[in-house]
Design a protein around this ligand. Structure first.
Ligand SMILES: NC(=O)c1ccc[n+]([C@@H]2O[C@H](COP(=O)([O-])OP(=O)(O)OC[C@H]3O[C@@H](n4cnc5c(N)ncnc54)[C@H](OP(=O)(O)O)[C@@H]3O)[C@@H](O)[C@H]2O)c1
Length: 257
């Protein structure tokens, strides 16, 4: 039996991904820290769909915990054919004023964990001869983000890391895709509020929109998926704006908060 592994399945985009993959008959391994929420989610999904669901309630942030998740799945002898590295956190404020642990937590969950999980499950997928990995970055990955510098940096890493591997895997039957959502109404919203304030007059996506978009593109040949025409347009246009000007614009907008 094959499973789709979704990290950060207890809320936001991960929760909606769980529903759409379940609806499309994927067996699921759902991971997050909130055990009660995962149990309710499992019951809900199993009452709706005839699939097998395993829930794993774990903190997966950082090296030891990421290896621990992989070992837990191996011990249960579960085969993962789709991995979705979705769990991620953000925090805003001047880097120098933030507690260093906040930055390290972000680097651990947004960089270290998906790097390790990509490596370990990719090895298994190569042995099995097929598989897909979706790494959830952000439109923040395409630029620097003063007042959210570490978050933007983590998402830039995830995009560049995943895109590099996508090229390395070009001739294999394994696909790695980076999904870049723009601002989305989730719990993450509180942390990501500067970006949302800037874009308050534009469409803010629902997590269902992002989940549906990913599933619609499950067999994509593209390495990068950017959700929404406006996000695509902004990312395209920003290539023609000098970096310094981009930085000043983002900083000015963020200072208005
Ligand atoms: N929302 C946006 O505006 C937006 C925009 C672009 C990109 N994204 C990206 O989309 C992804 C999902 O974000 P979201 O908006 O859906 O956020 P969310 O609603 O806050 O959900 C985050 C998920 O990650 C899990 N999680 C957090 N820390 C964890 C840990 N240490 N170990 C295990 N699981 C952990 C949370 O579950 P527990 O608390 O139960 O552990 C939760 O299920 C993130 O990578 C984010 O950077 C979000």
């Amino acid at each position: 039996m094959k499973y789709t592994l979704i990290t950060g399945a207890s809320s936001g985009i991960g929760l909606k991904l769980s529903y759409i993959f379940a609806k499309n008959n994927h067996n699921l391994i759902l991971v997050a820290r909130s055990k009660d929420i995962l149990s309710i989610l499992k019951d809900n999904l199993q009452s709706l769909y005839n699939i097998d669901i395993k829930i794993i309630s774990l903190d997966i942030s950082g090296e030891k915990k990421a290896f621990n998740l992989y070992e837990t799945i191996k011990k249960k002898q579960l085969k993962v054919d789709i991995l979705i590295n979705n769990a991620g956190i953000g925090s805003h404020g001047e880097f120098i004023k933030k507690n260093i642990q906040t930055s390290l937590d972000m680097i651990n969950l947004n960089i270290i964990t998906p790097t390790i999980l990509t490596k370990l499950f990719l090895q298994d997928m190569l042995e099995a001869g097929s598989g897909k990995i979706f790494n959830i970055a952000s439109t923040a990955a395409f630029q620097s983000g003063p007042l959210m510098s570490v978050y933007y940096g983590t998402k830039s890493y995830l995009l560049n890391f995943s895109e590099g591997i996508a090229e390395e895997l070009r001739d294999r039957n394994i696909k790695i895709v980076t999904l870049c959502p723009g601002p989305t109404k989730t719990h993450f919203e509180k942390m990501d509020r500067i970006e949302k304030k800037f874009l308050k007059n534009f469409h803010i996506a629902n997590p269902e929109d992002i989940a549906r978009y990913l599933y619609k593109n499950i067999d994509t040949k593209k390495d990068i998926l950017i959700y929404g025409n406006l996000n695509k347009f902004i990312i395209f246009i920003s290539k023609f704006i000098p970096r310094k000007i981009n930085l000043i614009l983002v900083r000015k907008i963020q200072e208005k908060k």
